[in-house]
Design a protein around this ligand. Structure first.
Ligand code: 6PG
Length: 240
């Protein structure tokens, strides 16, 4: 696996524009090669800015939005209409705007009996829908170094043999979530970390340091097979 690349942009707006442009390029290149790209989306505030920017630039991209499959690195286990749902936010910001038709996420808390059922259904969906690898997996990072809903020193870090697992005690609200496991997060050609702000600078430095544990900084455990890019603004890069 190649070493992580770091790309620093002035501020959150320039960062979102750069990521959105790169994502549109990757999707249209993939379609030009005859593929239906599998793209991993993330929750979080910088992701929302990226999604809105993709929607703004979409018309000139030539992308066929019916021929892209969207997945989520994690999803909040709340009712379907809850504004905290990652898929709801992504639909408002991008997916419904461009008419995406193949969108997959973990079922909501009013769609299945319990968290475990949501996790096992999403695991089955990911297994059957992602034929090979995610072409691009976008991820945020928490101030504690969490990625998706894999938090430091949490038992979910050790879950293997399934694509997705439930987390019922997330330190970041809401408490119940379904997250892809490390195995699945690492089945991506390209992993892009989207990071903005001073509050993440320490976590970014820990994630990119020569040494450090995955238990302590879970973002250290995710790498793309072909590339890992840290898209940062100046503040997020300030401890590098
Ligand atoms: C979630 C996200 C989570 C997020 C990071 C960064 O569902 O909460 O998947 O992993 O990406 O916490 O979030 P911000 O970009 O909002 O800081």
């Amino acid at each position: 696996r190649p070493a992580p690349l770091v790309e620093v942009h002035d501020g959150p707006d320039e960062l979102a524009t750069a990521i959105a442009g790169e994502l549109l390029n990757r999707i249209s290149d993939s379609q030009a090669a005859g593929n239906i790209p599998d793209i991993g989306l993330t929750g979080g505030s910088i992701a929302r800015a990226v999604h809105r920017e993709v929607a703004r630039l979409a018309d000139d991209s030539g992308v066929d939005w019916g021929a892209v499959r969207f997945f989520f690195g994690d999803e909040r286990f709340v009712p379907a209409a809850d504004p905290e749902r990652n898929v709801g936010q992504a639909r408002d910001d991008l997916l419904d705007v461009v008419g995406a038709r193949q969108v997959f996420t973990a079922p909501a808390s009013d769609e299945v009996a319990d968290l475990e059922e949501s996790a096992s259904q999403y695991a089955a969906t990911v297994q059957e829908q992602i034929s090979g690898e995610l072409e691009v997996l976008m991820l945020g990072i928490g101030p504690d170094g969490h990625v998706a809903s894999l938090f430091p020193d949490h038992p979910a870090l050790a879950v293997i043999g399934t694509e997705a697992t439930g987390v019922s005690d997330s330190p970041k609200p809401p408490p119940e979530r379904v997250t892809l496991t490390f195995d699945t997060l690492n089945r991506a050609q390209c992993v892009w970390f989207l990071v903005s702000g001073e509050g993440k600078a320490e976590a970014v430095a820990r994630a990119l340091a020569e040494t450090g544990s995955i238990e302590e900084t879970p973002a250290r455990g995710v790498h793309g097979r072909l590339e890992t890019v840290w898209f940062l603004d100046r503040e997020a890069a300030s401890r590098l």
